[in-house]
Design a protein around this ligand. Structure first.
Ligand SMILES: *Cc1c(COP(=O)(O)O)cnc(C)c1O
Length: 361
């Protein structure tokens, strides 16, 4: 059986290092807002190339808090993409703002930035581009539209830790970068976690307070915050994992290259030349997607669909259903994600390729 994600493949030395790191936190008796988090925030800001990083409880809340830190909320509209993990939408909703979705490019699944302008109203305050599957959106175009319309750009980097656009890391280009450390992400914790990157000092201070009940100093609350912190154990785990992120991304890159070279019966998504793709997911398209998935399942290969239902077709979005988004619809019907993760063996990769290529309807 080839699993879609397999944590048992994580190298023993990393696991042992993590066990030592957890033990250290347990021994320290300090579990919230301490030295591990400080070290991680410093290291992650360094890695992304921003002045600041704020650890939070999840990727969803990283999006919500980034918007809240820019005073975006009730009555405001936030533009994002119609094909994304639903938490992008949950995060926008949590801020109080209304998500407005835009159709995608069929070739790579990313937001079609040419369709953003027509969605901008007096109430629009921000754009949340999602660097889906590990690849940056065309950020220069998006930043330009945002600048012309005085909108804030919050990058959803949950799937793109380490990806770049024009030699800058995703998360260092917009006003904020929102990251998720959900276990399956390229940089994954052993539980929930997230972070926000920014270069703005005022936004940084606001976020420190917002994630901690709106507290500025102990028992003084100047804004209506929430409880959204990255705890010491997760931060300690991430301090270890951050050291192996580049190596893991390189392994993903090599698997993706092998897939691209040898897969025959399916169409791979395009890789744009404006940055580096970190291959969080490897998505292919097939006219006979469901049959292909069934075929692979029968061969013991687990696959998923990211994502089977566009946002505007979700029950919670009936009010946006009126508009047809053809690219999203066709895309969601034809995509399939193949296993890709550090530790996936050459033998398994070959088995996957062989079985995809053997597929006949
Ligand atoms: C995982 C993910 C999120 C949310 O992250 P959580 O840490 O699970 O809250 C947001 N956006 C995208 C695109 C994601 O893939």
């Amino acid at each position: 059986m080839i699993l879609f994600n397999d944590f048992s493949k994580e190298p023993k030395i990393i696991k042992q290092e993590i066990q030592r790191a957890i033990k250290k936190v347990v021994g320290s008796g300090w579990f919230i807002l301490g030295k591990e988090l400080e070290a991680f925030e410093w290291g992650f800001a360094q890695y992304i190339g921003t002045r600041y990083c704020i650890g939070v409880a999840s990727g969803t809340e990283a999006i919500a808090l980034s918007l809240m830190a820019h005073n975006i909320g009730s009555g405001d509209e936030v533009i994002t993409t119609n094909i994304t993990a639903y938490p992008t939408i949950s995060g926008i909703l949590q801020s109080g703002a209304k998500p407005v979705v835009v159709d995608i490019f069929s070739e790579n699944g990313l937001i079609d930035y040419r369709k953003i302008q027509e969605k901008i109203t007096q109430n629009t305050k921000a754009i949340v581009p999602v660097h889906l599957y590990g690849q940056s959106c065309k950020l220069d175009e998006i930043i330009l539209i945002a600048a012309e319309n005085k909108l804030i750009v919050i990058e959803d980097c949950a799937q793109s830790t380490g990806a770049t656009f024009n030699n800058l890391k995703c998360g260092a280009i917009g006003a904020c970068g929102a990251f998720s450390f959900y276990p399956t992400k390229n940089l994954g914790a052993y539980g929930d976690g997230g972070a926000i990157t920014t270069n703005e000092e005022t936004v940084y201070h606001k976020l420190l307070s917002l994630r901690n009940y709106g507290q500025t100093k102990r028992y003084h609350h100047e804004s209506i915050g929430i409880n959204s912190r990255l705890d010491e154990i997760q931060a300690a785990i991430l301090n270890v994992k951050l050291q192996y992120l580049e190596h893991g991304n390189q392994e993903r890159h090599e698997i993706a290259l092998t897939y691209r070279k040898h897969l025959q019966t399916v169409e791979c998504l395009t890789e744009e030349n404006y940055g580096t793709h970190v291959n969080h997911l490897f998505v292919v398209k097939s006219q006979h997607r469901d049959k292909l998935a069934e075929h692979l399942k029968n061969k013991g290969i687990q696959t998923y669909i990211h994502y089977p239902i566009p946002v505007n077709r979700q029950k919670a979005f009936e009010w946006q259903k009126a508009e047809k988004m053809e690219n999203s619809d066709k895309f969601a019907e034809s995509i399939l994600s193949l296993p890709i993760y550090p530790g996936l063996s050459k033998q398994n990769i070959n088995q996957i390729i062989q079985n995809v290529n053997d597929f006949k309807i």
